[in-house]
Design a protein around this ligand. Sequence first.
Ligand SMILES: C[S@@+](CC[C@H](N)C(=O)[O-])C[C@H]1O[C@@H](n2cnc3c(N)ncnc32)[C@H](O)[C@@H]1O
Length: 320
Amino acid sequence: MACQNNLVVKQIIDLYDQISKLECLKPSKNVDTLFGQLVSTCLPTDTNIDVTKMSDEVKDMRSNLIKLCGEAEGYLEQHFSTILGSLPGDQNPLDHLNIFPYYNNYLKLGKLEFDLLSQHSSHVPNKIAFVGSGPMPLTSIVLAKFHLPNTTFHNFDIDAHANILASSLVSRDPDLSKRMIFHTTDVLNATEGLDQYDVVFLAALVGMDKEAKVKAIEHLEKHMAPGATLMLRSAHALRAFLYPIVDSTDLKGFQLLTIYHPTDDVVNSVVIARKLGGSTTTGVNGTRGCMFMPCNCSKVHAIMNNRCKKMMIEEFSAIE
Ligand SMILES: C[S@@+](CC[C@H](N)C(=O)[O-])C[C@H]1O[C@@H](n2cnc3c(N)ncnc32)[C@H](O)[C@@H]1O
């Protein structure tokens, strides 16, 4: 297994060397090919690779690679959002989202995050904040269109242009144009109002290294309502070469509820936590949520059914 691990890490390093030499990370045949190869190289989860135990040289490469991936993802979203927003006036861009290469991944991730969220609260969230929504706010769109038809989504992005593109994406949709609101701000400057949300999502690309990620989480902990749910994106095994890892030690002030590691082509792991201080039976504004029965150990359940036959899900106790 060790030599196999070394081989795959060497492949990732080779791809990093090619990507880091690219003049520009905007979508092109070469850029798409290299990132496509990188994602498929990092997808396998049947390895015991732990990026945190690699050499300093590999760790440095990983942190640079994560930043390059984030930059390329932003350009990819900008590219397709611009195309969709420039469709003829009688076309609804939301009817053509499948031109985005990773649209199916977001459909699956959105369904899985909705399922996991539903397991930890018995009330439908009225207001959700998505921090780091981007030019293609697909998580908010997928949840709003297919899972939460009465919920309002407040999308926060530091980049005004991303919000201009994102707003024009939903502006022609009679439903989502009313339920998708955009705020241009660095999450670290968003203070009032964060306590109005039943659920706050933090995008994988907000906080590209451990220090920045923890800073964003600490800020949210300070301003979210007690009992509100925090949904984070993390990464597991080789996928941690693409995205930052969020683990339990990063979540001070929260009760860690679930860590979910997909083993299909949904790249991100999902982490769900609840801000301490609220009753575990009520959410924001006193709405009732189900009691998550604490136990004194973490349990690992493999859910054996068609949709998620190989998935791993970890439930955690309230810290005794
Ligand atoms: C490219 S998007 C990816 C999210 C994806 N569209 C989704 O729906 O899951 C990530 C966005 O995070 C934004 N971002 C990064 N740091 C941020 C911060 N500190 N505050 C707010 N937004 C931030 C970037 O501008 C970028 O548009």
